[in-house]
Design a protein around this ligand. Structure first.
Ligand code: FDM
Ligand code: MG
Length: 210
C-alpha cells in the first residue's frame, strides 16, 4: 500500500525564553524545508491577527489590564481557534513550525503565581506536538543580546521565573538545544531533528495534550 498520499505533516513546537532565538530558528527551518519542496507553514502564538489576538496584543503592550486568570484563558482560546485549520493542514501533509504553544501559556501564567496544574487545563486536548524544541539560554547570555523590549513580561526578573516554570514542564522527550551555539550550527542540528520528526510523524496519529 502506498502511504505517501496519507502521510501527515508534523507539529513542531519551539519554546524558550525571550531572546533565545526562536523566531530566527523557526524562520530558517521553514525556509529550508520550503527549499526542499516540503509543505510547511509557520505559525506563532499568540496569533495577534484575530480578535482574541488583538486583545492579547493590547494587554502585552500594557494598553489594557486583565485579570491573570482571564488573560490566561484568552491565550488558550487564541490557540483553540486555530485548531481546525491546524488539523486540516497536518492532514494534508503540511508540517507546522510553531513559535510558542501551550507551554508558553503555562510557563508565563504560572510564573505570575497561578497554580501550574490549573494553568494546564484550558489547553488539555489541543493537538500534541510531535516535538518540542527548547532553546535553552542562560539569562546572562540572553541579556547580552540586547535589551528586552517594552512589552509586559520583558524583564529579567520575570524571565527568570518563566525559565524556572519551563523546567517543571520539561519531559525527557523535549529536544534541549544550547541556544548560545552559532546560528547556522544550531540550525543544522534543528534541521536534522526536524527531518527525523517529520519522517516519524508521517503515519502516526496526532496526539492530544497533555
Ligand atoms: N505568552 C505567550 C503568554 O503569556 N501566554 C501564551 O500562551 C503565549 C503563547 O506572550 F511574553 C507571552 C510570551 C511573550 C508574549 O510572545 C508574546 P512573543 O513570542 O514575544 O510574540
Ligand atoms: Mg516578545
Amino acid at each position: 500500500m502506498s502511504t505517501s498520499s496519507l502521510a501527515r505533516g508534523a507539529l513542531i513546537v519551539f519554546e524558550g525564553c525571550d531572546r533565545s532565538g526562536k523566531s530566527t530558528q523557526c524562520l530558517m527551518l521553514v525556509e529550508r524545508l520550503k527549499a526542499l519542496g516540503k509543505r510547511v507553514q509557520h505559525l506563532r502564538f499568540p496569533d495577534r491577527s484575530t480578535p482574541t489576538g488583538q486583545k492579547i496584543n493590547a494587554y502585552l503592550a500594557n494598553a489594557s489590564e486583565m485579570q491573570d486568570d482571564k488573560i490566561h484563558q484568552l491565550f488558550s482560546e487564541n490557540r483553540w481557534e486555530a485548531v481546525p485549520s491546524m488539523l486540516e493542514a497536518l492532514k494534508n501533509g503540511t508540517t507546522l513550525v510553531v513559535d510558542r504553544y501551550a507551554f508558553s501559556g503555562v510557563a508565563f501564567s504560572s510564573a505570575k503565581g497561578l497554580d501550574l496544574e490549573w494553568c494546564k487545563k484550558p489547553d488539555a486536548g489541543l493537538p500534541a506536538p510531535d516535538a518540542v524544541i527548547y532553546l535553552d539560554i542562560p539569562i546572562e547570555a540572553a541579556m547580552k543580546r540586547g535589551d528586552f523590549g517594552n512589552e509586559r513580561y520583558e524583564t529579567r526578573a520575570f524571565q527568570e521565573k518563566v525559565a524556572a516554570q519551563y523546567k517543571k514542564l520539561q519531559t525527557p522527550s523535549w529536544m534541549m538545544m544550547d541556544a548560545r551555539l552559532p546560528i547556522d550550527q544550531l540550525q543544522a542540528d534543528i534541521f536534522n531533528i526536524a527531518s527525523k520528526v517529520i519522517a516519524d510523524a508521517q503515519n502516526a496519529p496526532v496526539g492530544k495534550l497533555w
